[in-house]
Every structure is written in C-alpha cells, then in structure tokens.
Design a binder for this molecule. Structure first.
Ligand code: SF4
Length: 207
C-alpha cells in the first residue's frame, strides 16, 4: 500500500488527518531499520501504519510467539500477521512454533494470575528473541506491537524491552505505548476493514 492510499484509508476510518508526527515528534532520532515483534495481525495493523507511514521508518515484522496455544490458534494469528505484512508491503521474518520453549521459560509460574510474573516472563522471552534476531540480521532498533492492547501494562512492556536489550547493547528499543493517539482504535477499525482474525484470549489459555 502506498503512503497516499494509507493516509486516505486512515483518514476515512478515524475521521481526521491520521499522521500527527509534526505535533508529536518522537523524542529520539529515528532509527534506520527497525525489527518489529508482531503478536498478531490486528495489533500489527496500526503499529506498522504509524511506523512506516507516519514516521517513515524501514520496518520488518518478526513473528515469534511460542506462548500461543494451541497450534491452530498460532496458525490463525501467524496468518493474520502475514496478511498485514502483505497489505502494508513489509517483509516478515518468522520463527518456528516452539511451545515447549515457552513452557520451560515460565516453569514454576504457571499458576500466576494474568498480568503477573508469568506474563512478565512471557514478554521477556519474546523480546529477547527479537533482540537476538535484530542483532543477527543487522537491524539498529526493535519494538513490539504488544503495547497496542489495553489489557497489557505498558510499563511491563517497557521493562521487558529494556531488560531484553541491556544497557551495553547499541540496539535501540523504540519504547512507545502504541495504543495511544488512537492506535488501539485504529487497530480495531483496520481489522474490520481487512476482515482480520481477532482472538478473544491472550495466548496461553485457550477457552
Ligand atoms: S496470559 Fe498472555 S502474556 Fe501472560 S503468559 Fe499467557 S500468553 Fe503470555
């Protein structure tokens, strides 16, 4: 999708000029190439729009979510991420489905309530893998779509991202709560527009 088409689409859905970078410039220099951890298609939709069209960043998606159970659900979310990458014309890197890795990572915290230590470890695993892949592929920055969801604490994502990269690593963590500035609302509207699959649970507790 070209920038003009994206602008028209978002202006129609939100009913206002979509890009407000002039009023809300990022408080840091824009990175050159950013690896974006993507949890699902709906969350990717508005975040990729903002990074690519509003800020003009060269974005590559990264689907690495061993926390999603069962496999059928994982496939639905991965396919949603693929669809958004295709519509918005960005590359998408994927890692194999490894739920046993996630089980090992959260061992001992299985009984924690949602939003507690189990979730913090879950964010940490996915962002550490994003950092490793970003380094391996020569990216200079990374971020995640996880902060779009109103069910996720932005502070937890911020902490997980900073811990994943560490203080000595030159990789830049784009630490933004993407639900703000209509990010979450736009993700819902784009999901309807593109008929994306939207899950009704976080990932590890199928209902
Ligand atoms: S509820 Fe979500 S964030 Fe928390 S551990 Fe399960 S999949 Fe991970």
């Amino acid at each position: 999708m070209k920038e003009g088409q994206a602008r028209d689409l978002v202006a129609r859905l939100l009913g206002r000029d979509p890009w407000d970078r002039i009023e809300n410039p990022p408080p840091f220099p824009l990175p050159r190439r950013l690896l974006l951890h993507i949890c699902c298609g709906p969350c990717a939709s508005s975040v990729v729009m903002r990074l690519k069209y509003d800020y003009g960043v060269d974005v590559c998606g990264f689907f690495s979510n061993p926390n999603i159970l069962p496999r059928e659900e994982y496939t639905l979310r991965r396919d949603g991420a693929r669809r958004v990458a295709e519509i918005l014309d960005i590359p998408l890197l994927e890692e194999p489905y490894e739920p046993e890795l996630w089980s090992e990572w959260i061992r001992g915290y299985e009984g924690e309530p949602e939003g507690g230590e189990r979730c913090r470890r879950c964010y940490s695993l996915r962002l550490k893998r994003t950092v490793l892949r970003a380094q391996r592929e020569g990216y200079d920055s990374f971020s995640t779509t996880l902060s779009v969801s109103p069910h996720v604490s932005p502070l937890s994502i911020s902490q997980a991202g900073r811990e994943a990269v560490g203080s000595e690593n030159p990789l830049f963590f784009w630490d933004e709560s993407f639900r703000k500035r209509d990010g979450y609302r736009l993700s819902i509207l784009l999901s309807k527009e593109w008929k994306l699959y939207r899950q009704n649970y976080c990932g590890c507790r199928p209902r």
